[in-house]
Design a protein around this ligand. Structure first.
Ligand SMILES: [Cu+2]
Length: 308
């Protein structure tokens, strides 16, 4: 069923591209759409839980709001001054007071249990396979791969300006929609798929916040402090986030772009990037484009059969 749905989505994406529908193409690439309401598509367990929890609390607050509305309507009609020329002198009702104290406590407990479970899931870092360090600067992010086998690889990641988007798209051999405005950066943070990654977050100047909606990640970047979080992305793609703590005049212009690639692609990229980051990125994009072309032509299955 899932496979059928995915295929339909791919076909829809292809059709939209032919029709020149920019939003659909954008969505197919990164899980973001123009004028988007609601969350970006989830690619981690934590974000799955956040999405569920959002729906769960939405149901509770909807029921409470409707209940209060009903009470108001009852009060306004049944207990109006017109219908009650002689007002009641009731001032206490033990039963009602017990109910309106206990019921909200129970509701809060029902909300608190999954809420705390989710908080601990976000903050308890499981056994991780690699570490990246993100440092906030006014106004861009710097990334550092701190594992020994990564050879002190580090780079800054700066937003692609409006007038540079076309040039970047041309250089990467992609459409303009794949370089989304205010979200694309010159150097993406590259991460392997299906890998538990520990993220250390700090800042060099003021407080920033490292946020990646599709991963359910948001953690403050505080000068002099090293905060930690983690993620385990299960799908390849490019994911976008933004600095989420007001940090000065260009706060809106320091996006975060994480490119999740296959483990093989990451291996090749990380080895090459330690010598020459630009060439490594070009090779990586070429490899991703090849994979996409093959997938589009439906040849992936043939290759896997041939490989066996
Ligand atoms: Cu900021």
């Amino acid at each position: 069923m899932k496979a059928v749905f995915k295929r339909l989505m791919t076909m829809a994406g292809a059709a939209a591209t032919f029709a020149g529908v920019s939003t659909a193409a954008l969505a197919a690439e990164s899980g973001i759409k123009e004028w988007q309401l609601g969350f970006q598509a989830s690619v981690t367990d934590v974000m799955d839980d956040i999405t569920w929890f959002n729906g769960f609390t939405l149901v509770i607050i909807t029921v409470i709001t409707l209940f209060v509305l009903a009470l108001l309507i009852v009060c306004m009609t049944r207990f109006s001054a017109k219908k009650n020329p002689v007002p009641s002198r009731t001032s206490h009702n033990t039963m009602i007071e017990v109910v309106w104290t206990v019921a909200p406590i129970l509701i809060l407990v029902v909300i608190a249990i999954p809420s705390f479970r989710l908080l601990y899931k976000q903050l308890d870092i499981p056994e991780y396979e690699m570490t990246v360090k993100a440092t906030g600067y006014q106004w861009y992010w710097g990334y550092e791969y701190t594992d020994e086998n990564m050879g002190e690889l580090s780079f800054d990641s700066i937003m692609v300006k409006d007038d540079e988007r076309q040039a970047v798209a041309d250089a990467r051999g992609v459409t303009l929609n794949e370089v989304p405005r205010l979200l694309s950066v010159d150097y993406d943070l590259v991460i392997p798929v299906d890998t538990t990654v520990r993220v250390q977050v700090t800042s060099e100047d003021v407080i920033h916040s490292f946020a990646m909606p599709s991963f359910g990640v948001k953690v403050d970047a505080i000068p002099g402090r090293l905060n930690e979080t983690w993620f385990h992305a299960r799908e390849e793609g490019v994911y976008y986030g933004q600095c989420s703590e007001l940090c000065g005049k260009d706060h809106a212009f320091m996006p975060i772009a994480i490119r999740v690639v296959s483990k093989d692609q990451f291996q090749t990229w990380s080895t090459a990037a330690q010598d020459d980051l630009d060439t490594a990125n070009q090779q990586l994009l070429a490899s991703i484009a090849d994979t996409k072309k093959l997938a589009a032509a439906g040849k992936l299955e043939e290759i896997s059969v041939a490989a066996k």
